[in-house]
Write a protein that binds this ligand. Structure first.
Ligand code: IPD
Ligand code: CA
Length: 286
């Protein structure tokens, strides 16, 4: 078989995966939305994971279980890295096999408070490269999608990063994260103190995946964070890259989805300028 035949075959398979998983993500979003609209904050079944700001609800667990069960029914050989499965003692291993990296609700703190900025984040990796990405905010009806080589979209309209190259003009997103670790917080504060006087503005909205989508659609110019996990950034990586942007390590090196470190930006010039201004924090890898 020629290389072109191989590429055509892979593209057809990816189209099939995309259509199948798109509809599951949409269905999970509808369920999630109904529950969050009909449940009072006090009745929300919230548990704590690594600390009192690292939250999980029954909805996170239901959405992850639904995605894994439905995908496995059709593709039993596919692998998974799911936030709640890993937090419950499961493995976080990325091989060359088709692997779905899932955050059933990114921004659980927002979800619990009824702040309508959270999303289901799902990415397919093959040979350790992202091929398909979905980030779906069901409360605001924002479905971000990307396929390798085929662009990034918001509700089927193609999106592009801004052309910003200068830190002084950049709208920057970042998060304090879901850890109370004093060493980590020290770096978070140092970076804010250093960056805020040098940038155009700072936004911190509580959902790492949607932050990356804001960069992909050109609303924000940069997003960086230390301590996120693969499931927070796997879909965002492809969305930003397919929208014309860059993802790097916050030190300026290559991006590694398991490193728990991310810096994405509209342009490499801007990404490197921000990187050179950041104090670094290296959490244990996923
Ligand atoms: C968190 C959110 C938050 C970010 C954390 C993530 P979760 O994800 O994306 O904005 O700062 O690093 O862990 O716990 O809501 O899935
Ligand atoms: Ca989550």
């Amino acid at each position: 078989m020629s290389q072109q035949d191989d590429a055509t075959k892979e593209s057809a398979i990816l189209d099939e995966y995309y259509d199948y998983v798109f509809s599951i993500v949409q269905r999970c979003g509808e369920v999630n939305c109904q529950i969050s609209k009909s449940t009072n904050l006090e009745d929300m079944d919230v548990e704590f994971k690594s600390c009192d700001v690292d939250l999980v609800t029954a909805v996170d667990q239901l959405v992850e279980k639904t995605l894994i069960t439905e995908i496995t029914k059709k593709y039993p050989e596919h692998k998974f890295i799911g936030e709640e499965t890993v937090s419950g003692g499961g493995e976080c291993v990325l091989t060359d096999e088709p692997t779905w990296i899932i955050d059933p609700i990114d921004g659980t703190m927002n979800f619990v408070h009824g702040f309508p900025h959270y999303g289901i984040s799902v990415a397919l990796f093959m040979n350790k490269e992202p091929k398909i990405a979905f980030v779906y905010n069901p409360r605001l009806g924002q479905m971000f999608t990307a396929r390798k080589g085929k662009g990034a979209f918001l509700n089927e309209q193609q999106i592009f990063v801004s052309k910003e190259t200068s830190m002084s003009k950049a709208l920057v997103m970042s998060e304090a994260g879901t850890s109370r670790d004093p060493d980590k917080l020290k770096v978070v504060f140092e970076n804010l103190i250093n960056l805020i006087p040098k940038i155009h503005g700072l936004r911190t909205l509580g959902c790492a995946a949607l932050n990356m989508c804001m960069v992909a659609l050109g609303g924000a110019d940069v997003n960086y964070e230390f301590g996120i996990h693969a499931w927070d950034i796997a879909a965002g990586q492809l969305l930003v890259q397919e929208a014309g942007g860059v993802c790097i390590d916050p030190s300026g090196g290559s991006f590694d989805v398991l490193s728990r470190r991310v810096l994405c930006a509209s342009t490499m010039t801007l990404a490197l300028e921000i990187a050179s201004n950041l104090s670094q924090y290296y959490p244990p890898r996923d």
